[in-house]
Design a protein. Sequence first.
Lengths: 319, 247
Amino acid sequence: MRSAFAIALVLAVLLPLPWLVHSDFWTNLVIMALYYGFLGQAWNLLGGYGGQFSFGHAAFFGTGAYASAVLQVSLGLNPWLCLALAAAAGALTGALIGALSFRYGLRGSYFALVTLAFAEVFRILADSLGFTGAGVGILIPLKESAANFQFASKAGFYLVILALNALGLACAWWIENSRFGARLLALRENEDAARALGVDVFRTKLAAITLSGALTALGGSFYAQYFLYIDPAIAYGPGVSVEALLVPIVGGLGTLFGPLLGAAALQLLNQLASAAMGEAPGLNLVLYGAVLVLMIMFMPQGLFGLARLSSRRLAGRAG
Amino acid sequence: MLALEGVSLSFGGLRAVESASFTLAEGSIVALVGPNGAGKTTLFNLISGFLVPERGRILFEGRDITGMPPERIAALGLVRTFQIVQPFARLSVRENIAVGAHLRLAGRRQALAMADEIAERVGIAHQLDQPAGELTVAGRKRLELARALATAPRLLLLDEVMAGLNPRELDDIAAVARAIRAGGVTLLLIEHVMRAVMSLAERVLVLNDGALIAEGRPAEIAADPRVITAYLGAGAAERMLKEGARA
């Protein structure tokens, strides 16, 4: 219950932000932090809580982005409806990849490689098929209206990504407080012991990757609406996959607020780096690599784990 | 309750379990003993579904469970513990036990409440909030037992839950085992600690080189020449006889 209260508090504090900062630059920055936080949370549900490290979440992200863009540009569907359909497409992709890889017991690096391969296959398909616009990508025509999921002010997008974060946090909270979550954590810790206690490891993993896929696809749909342009490299390229896993690793794997914290820290780092060194292309990836190595070496529990550890130490000293 | 009919399994050229047949009566405590490498744990892995026999059938409460996956066998009420304890290390003791409780209880609150109750019965109530990875060997053995117990099993397979415990801890666990049986659970245990076998078990099955070589009451088994022969190489026969005489 205390964590549910914490979620409500964080969301309530964040809610009025765009009307307080009065700046498109800062609002955009916070939107991007929340966007990465959301992608990180979606990855965290499977990777952090379930211990199944995917290197190919772009497969879900891209599917969501393309489902959203193709359906509204080619079929003229309403973008809000596309958002829901994108989630369904992501869930389906998650279930498909999960069924194939978990059925054959792929774990650890094998699972990571298979997800990476799926994302690459999708990228190549999107690059060569006609209905995805091939290498040219898809430009979503500008039609600014809230009913069309295109807001004149950034505050509208802010509210949408905040709502998605609320959804992501609710899913993480549910995992921490439900039978499904207990089983997911158990199989992360020890699959054989979990099976001996009656946990259906395959079904539990499948449910987790389906949920993770659906949420990641929502992130893809949001991206398409925010930037109004996608191409195969943006949607299915390794960039998204790396950021989705980096954010929770930095923030704290398998924790409620880890992804948000990690995304905020990485956004800050990105801004500082480009202020110090200019916008050299690829700079952020070099930086991410360095951060990832440092985090895994010195702080495998992430920022959130560190905060928890020090608060426990303080409590220990007080008691 | 449980019946094995000619169950066999080999690993390459090694016959790990050779045509094992026995039955367990409901409500009994039966010990499975035998020298190291006799195939006891392999037999547990076969019964609990972690291994599939090449030949033979396994029946649990009249139902053929041969080849069923472990999680389905557990759901039927046949649950095992591991010789090499497998705690969910980063979860608390309470959360560990709750995973077992969730087999029958969907609600989180009910499962956590049941975890508290089971921990009390097994004697780890004071460690409920500790991460399982921080427990001592004795604590982990109890946790292993508690988790299995939380699934409300009908038949419990205990793989060396008493190994490495001191005499006081042994008596505690033996008392817990008796209480479990009194609650209507049938127990099959692999045990090297002969004192425990002799005082706890009503029947003993002796496995050697993958085959069942003797079966009977503990005192009979201790005097069985085949059993003595099986153990002599390890020098354990005399010790077993002495323990048997004392018990």
